[in-house]
Design a protein around this ligand. Structure first.
Ligand code: PLP
Length: 486
């Protein structure tokens, strides 16, 4: 076994990994990458079909981002944001806010859309709080919302949060409390605070969807009366009647990622977000996965999934793709209203008591700035549009496989749900590890991704070529046939 692999097995504890299984085989040790390709110690190459766990945007070893980091490195790598400002973090804050307040596509035609745009402008995001990861971006929003609402309600209330069934917002204790994944709650239940959940519009497995399974994205063949929205309405009303409306509604716009790649039918988010607002509830959008163009959109369109539904949240949580997938850095964007709630005389102690050692890190900020610049360029917008088209076409033949129940794609992120038979939608018992085994078979074919239960994630870097997309999906079809085929 390779020396590095041996050292890993001896000393490294991997995230979300049953280490007993891990230690049974030689791990893949990555030594380099270029574009959508990764190379290991043995010289084998793999396609990075999940963008290194949803972080990479423009490909590995991107000359523009490399150069930006080198330029910054020759000046300084890090100085503290406690008591000090710095060059790239200031520039990046302005850049992020510019991108996050660019809601329309610049071609607002009818009066209705102009009105909508005007309403959105009143909720401008004006402040950026930096942290390091998706979890901490959500954690900061959660604490800001809690304190703001508590003060507004006279300091006595204990404001509650509502989020989505199956939601994943990260692994810090606050972020886990907002999540609703039973597996994690079993492990940490005693450490967490309680939050409520509303049902996500998981059309494929929705108990209210009366349609028979079809050979198309379940959002397109569903037959329902938006019962999920009705349920959410009852939840918000009941909480308001108790005299303590929810402090905030926390959600992933467009598509829930770690919940199992669950996309929202058009109109869902707008309805539920409007409802939350009517009940005096703040909106926390977790765009850790969906942000920076992952959910599609052209050069003039917004980079954020929230805006596809014309919703501007009070908090926009960003991480993963922010640095182009280079460095851990995150941001929580918020409004003047929230910011102002923390202003006061020193001895009122209204300060936001929260921060991390690497807040506002210069290397991360320089990489993020370079990534924003790439995203705003025409070649990048064209690449994203082409990739979306290529993905759509490449995924189509997978519908022929009886073990493919649902293929759901939002922009440049797709989930393929494996079932025993598409006609019955019967799921595989998780203990059969269908998703894991299919991904192992994929890795043998030179394509790397990770499953979420029985759902295979395909989320390639934006630079992935048509041939590479073709290879990823062909390999996936072969892997499904090999592992599950009769
Ligand atoms: C990954 C993810 C997080 C957590 O981010 P980390 O950087 O892993 O802490 C939070 N929310 C969403 C939607 C995510 O996909």
């Amino acid at each position: 076994m390779n020396k590095l692999a041996r050292l890993d097995r001896r000393h490294v504890w991997h995230p979300f990994t049953q280490m007993r299984d891990w230690m049974r085989r030689e791990p893949v040790v990555i030594v380099s990458g270029r574009g959508a390709e990764l190379r290991d110690v043995h010289g084998r190459t793999f396609l990075d079909a999940n963008s290194s766990i949803w972080t990479n945007l423009h490909g590995h070893n991107h000359p523009g981002i490399n150069a930006a980091i080198r330029r910054q490195l020759s000046k300084i790598a890090h100085s503290s944001a406690l008591g000090l400002a710095n060059e790239p973090a200031s520039l990046l804050a302005a850049g992020l806010l510019r991108a996050a307040n660019k809601i329309g596509d610049g071609s607002l035609e009818d009066a209705g859309r102009r009105r909508q745009a005007a309403a959105l402008q009143n909720r401008r995001l004006e402040k950026v709080f930096y942290s390091d990861d998706g979890s901490t971006a959500v954690e900061a929003a959660l604490k800001m919302a809690y304190q703001t609402v508590r003060r507004e309600r006279g300091g006595r209330a204990r404001p509650k949060f509502v989020s989505m069934q199956g939601a994943y917002h990260g692994d810090t204790v606050g972020a886990v409390s907002l999540g609703h994944i039973d597996l994690f709650h079993g492990a940490y239940g005693g450490l967490l605070f309680k939050s409520d959940a509303i049902m996500p519009p998981y059309c494929y497995r929705c108990p209210f969807n009366r349609a028979k399974p079809g050979r198309d994205d379940a959002r397109n063949w569903r037959k329902c009366n938006w019962e999920c929205v009705g349920q959410a309405a009852r939840k918000f009303s009941a909480q308001k009647k108790r005299g303590n409306p929810y402090a905030a509604f926390v959600y992933e716009p467009g598509m829930q990622g770690a919940a199992g790649m669950i996309p929202q039918p058009p109109g869902w988010l707008k309805q539920v977000a409007d409802m939350a607002r009517e009940h005096g509830t703040l909106l926390i959008a977790d765009e850790v996965m969906t942000g920076f163009g992952r959910c599609g959109g052209g050069v003039r369109g917004s980079l954020f999934a929230s805006h596809r539904e014309h919703v501007q949240p009070d908090f926009l949580c960003l991480a993963k793709g922010m640095t182009g997938g280079y460095l851990p850095m995150a941001a929580t964007l918020t409004t003047r209203r929230i910011f102002d709630a923390f202003l006061g005389d020193y001895d009122e102690f209204k300060t936001f008591f929260h921060g991390h050692s690497y807040t506002g890190n210069q290397l991360g900020a320089a990489a993020s700035l370079a990534s924003l610049e790439i995203l705003a360029s025409h070649p990048s917008a064209r690449a994203r549009q082409t990739l979306e088209m290529n993905l759509r076409e490449a995924l189509e033949p997978l519908w022929l496989l009886p073990n493919v129940g649902d293929i759901r794609r939002t922009g440049l992120a797709a989930g393929i749900e494996l079932v025993k038979d598409w006609r019955t939608r019967e799921p595989f018992d998780l203990r059969r590890r269908a998703g894991i085994r299919v991904c192992e078979a994929l890795a043998r074919r030179g394509v790397l991704t990770r499953p979420i239960g029985n759902v295979i994630v395909i989320m390639p870097p934006y630079c992935t070529t048509a041939a590479q997309v073709g290879k990823m999906i062909t390999a996936l079809g072969d892997a499904i046939r090999e592992v599950l085929g009769r």
